[in-house]
Ligand binder design. Structure first.
Ligand SMILES: NC(=O)C1=CN([C@@H]2O[C@H](COP(=O)(O)OP(=O)(O)OC[C@H]3O[C@@H](n4cnc5c(N)ncnc54)[C@H](OP(=O)(O)O)[C@@H]3O)[C@@H](O)[C@H]2O)C=CC1
Ligand SMILES: CCCCCC(=O)O
Length: 479
C-alpha cells in the first residue's frame, strides 16, 4: 500500500521499513535513463487531470477554497511544472559539457546529474496539493524515491494525496505518510538524502537541525514579510488590482502574498481609493458583503483564525485604523480583506508574517526611507515594486535583498518555470521549480576525461627541478 495513515503506524520501525524499502529501490532507479521517469510523471499528470473535481472538493472541504482558485493556484501550477519538466527532462538528464581551460587543454569536462536517493517532502497546509506535487515532480524527474508528509491541518487533501500515491506509484518509489508533526519528527530521524521542507522559518530550523545529524542537504521554502512598494510614478489602478489580488487569493494565506504596502505619501489616498474599489469589484459585486462571496476562502483552522484576528485587534489597540474591510466572523473562520493605516512599526502585524487577509499600508517620502524600513526586517521571500521609473526600479531591486521579486506584478514570479524560486536568509535556502528544482534533487557529478598519456600537469611532476620552477613561474604569470 502506497499510503500509510499515521494511525496505521504502530511504531517507528514502520517508517524505517518504508525508508529501507525506498533505499533499496533508489539504487535501481539510479541506473535508469529518462524514459521511465517521464512515464511516471505522465501517469501523475493523467491522475491530476482525471481527478480535478476531487482535488477541488478536497480543498473546499479543508478551507472552503473556491474551485476556480484551486484550478488556478493548485492544479494549473502543478500541470505547468509537469509539462515543463517533461519537455526538458531528456536535456536535463544528459551530460552537460563545459568549456576546457587552457591549463587543461586536451581534456574534456562535463556535469552529470545523479539522483540523490531517498527524499523527504514536508508540505504545508496553505497550498497543500501544489506544494506537495511540485517538489514531487522535481524529485521524480531527478530519479529519486520520495516520502511525502502532508500537513495534518488539511486532512481532506492529505487523504487525496494518499489515494494519488496508491493509485499512481509503486510504494517503493512514492509513499505518503499522513500524520502530525510527531510523525514528521520521527521521519526526520531517518538518513534521507535530501529534505524539501515548505513551511515556517521556525520549523525550518527544526528541519535543518535534524538534517545536520546525517549531513542531509535541504531545500527550505520558508516565509516572511514580503513588501509591496508603490512609488509616485506607479499606475495606481494597476498596482491596486495586483496587490488586492495577491493578498486576496487563498484569503491571504500565501507565502508570497504582499504582506504590507509602503506607498509614497503623495499617492496614498488615490491608491487607497483604487484598492477599495477593487476589493468591492472582486469580492462584493452584488453588495451582499464579502462574507457571502463564493470567490473568497476561509482561514484554515481556529488556531490561525485566532492568530490573524489577534493581529487585527493588537493593531487597533495600538492606534491603527481600518481603511477598508474589518468584518470578522469566528463561526466560519472568516476575516474580510482589511486595509490598516498607521499600524505602528512595533505592532504584531508589522513584526510577524501576517499570512492572512490583513494589509497594513504605510507611507514613505524617499526610496531610501522605504528601503531602510524593509531592510530593517529579515530578508523577504518576495519584493514587489510598482513603478514606471526604470531608475526607481533599479534602485529598489539593487538595494533590497530578497528571495525573488516582481515589478508591477505580484505572485506570478512563482509561476515562471525558468525562474528559480526560493528565499534569502530567514525566508529560505535553496531553489525550486524547473531546472533549479531538478538540480535541488540531484548531485551534480563533475567529470573530467583525460587522453591517455596526456596531461597538462606533467610539466610540474616531481622532482621539482629549477626547470619545473620556471614552468610554474610561467604558469602563475600567464594562466
Ligand atoms: N516558501 C514557500 O514556498 C512557502 C512557504 N510557506 C510558509 O509556511 C508557513 C505556513 O505554513 P505552515 O504549514 O503553517 O508551516 P509549519 O512550519 O507550521 O508546517 C509546515 C509543515 O511542517 C510540519 N511541522 C510542523 N511542526 C513541525 C515540527 N516541529 N517538526 C517537523 N515538522 C513539523 C507541519 O505538519 P503539520 O501541519 O501536520 O503540523 C507541516 O507539514 C508560513 O510561514 C509560510 O510563509 C508556505 C507556503 C509556501
Ligand atoms: C500559485 C500560488 C502558489 C503559492 C504558494 C505560496 O506562496 O504559498
Amino acid at each position: 500500500m502506497a499510503s500509510v495513515p499515521a494511525s496505521a503506524l504502530l511504531e517507528t520501525t514502520d517508517l524505517t521499513a518504508l525508508f529501507q524499502r525506498q533505499k533499496a529501490r533508489s539504487e535501481a532507479l539510479r541506473r535508469e535513463e529518462a524514459a521511465p521517469r517521464a512515464a511516471r510523471l505522465r501517469k501523475l499528470g493523467q491522475w491530476i487531470a482525471t481527478n480535478r473535481t476531487a482535488i477541488q472538493q478536497a480543498l473546499h472541504a479543508d478551507f472552503r477554497k473556491p474551485a476556480l482558485e484551486t484550478d488556478v493556484t493548485e492544479i494549473w501550477p502543478s500541470q505547468t511544472e509537469l509539462k515543463h519538466t517533461l519537455r526538458h527532462l531528456k536535456r536535463w538528464t544528459a551530460p552537460q559539457p563545459v568549456d576546457t581551460p587552457l591549463a587543461l587543454m586536451g581534456a574534456r569536462g562535463w556535469m552529470q546529474a545523479e539522483p540523490k536517493g531517498v527524499c523527504l517532502v514536508i508540505a504545508p497546509w496553505n497550498y497543500p496539493f501544489y506544494l506537495a506535487i511540485d517538489p514531487l515532480i522535481s524529485a521524480l524527474a531527478a530519479g529519486n524515491c520520495v516520502i511525502i508528509k502532508p500537513s495534518e491541518m488539511t486532512p481532506a487533501v492529505a487523504a487525496l494525496l494518499s489515494r494519488l500515491a496508491q493509485e499512481v506509484f509503486d510504494p517503493a518509489e512514492v509513499v505518503v505518510v499522513e500524520g502530525d508533526k510527531d510523525v514528521a519528527t520521527e521521519l526526520l530521524k531517518l538518513p534521507f538524502d535530501h529534505i524539501f521542507f515548505t513551511g515556517s522559518p521556525q520549523v525550518g530550523k527544526v528541519v535543518m537541525r535534524a538534517a545536520a545529524e546525517h549531513l542531509t542537504s535541504v531545500t527550505l521554502e520558508l516565509g516572511g514579510k514580503s513588501p509591496a512598494i508603490v512609488d509616485d510614478t506607479a499606475n495606481l489602478r494597476d498596482a491596486a488590482e495586483k496587490i488586492v489580488w495577491g493578498k486576496g487569493i487563498n484569503a491571504g494565506q500565501t507565502c508570497v502574498a504582499p504582506d504590507y504596502v509602503l506607498v509614497h505619501e503623495a499617492v496614498q489616498e488615490p491608491l487607497l481609493a483604487e484598492m477599495r474599489a477593487v476589493m468591492q469589484r472582486f469580492y462584493n459585486p452584488g453588495g451582499q458583503g464579502v462574507v457571502a462571496s463564493e470567490s473568497f476562502a476561509r482561514i484554515v483552522n481556529q488556531h490561525h483564525f485566532e492568530r490573524v484576528a489577534g493581529l487585527l485587534e493588537d493593531a487597533q489597540q495600538r492606534g491603527a485604523t481600518v481603511a477598508a474591510g474589518g468584518h470578522v466572523d469566528g463561526r466560519q473562520r472568516f476575516i474580510e480583506p482589511t486595509i490598516l493605516l498607521n499600524a505602528p512599526p512595533d505592532s504584531r502585524v508589522m513584526q510577524e508574517e501576517i499570512f492572512g487577509p490583513l494589509l497594513p499600508v504605510r507611507t514613505f517620502r524617499t526610496l531610501m526611507e522605504a528601503t531602510d524600513e524593509v531592510n530593517a526586517r529579515p530578508r523577504p521571500l518576495a519584493l514587489y515594486v510598482f513603478t514606471q521609473s526604470k531608475e526607481n526600479q533599479r534602485y529598489l531591486l539593487r538595494n533590497i535583498p530578497a528571495g525573488g521579486a516582481a515589478v508591477n506584478e505580484t505572485i506570478l514570479q512563482l509561476a515562471h518555470p525558468d525562474l528559480p524560486f526560493g528565499g534569502a536568509g530567514n525566508s529560505g535556502i535553496g531553489r525550486a521549480h524547473g531546472y533549479a528544482g531538478f538540480l535541488a534533487f540531484s548531485n551534480e557529478k563533475a567529470v573530467l576525461k583525460q587522453r591517455t598519456g596526456r596531461t597538462g600537469i606533467k610539466s610540474f611532476y616531481p622532482p621539482y627541478t629549477p626547470k619545473v620552477q620556471r614552468m610554474v613561474n610561467w604558469l602563475l604569470k600567464y594562466l
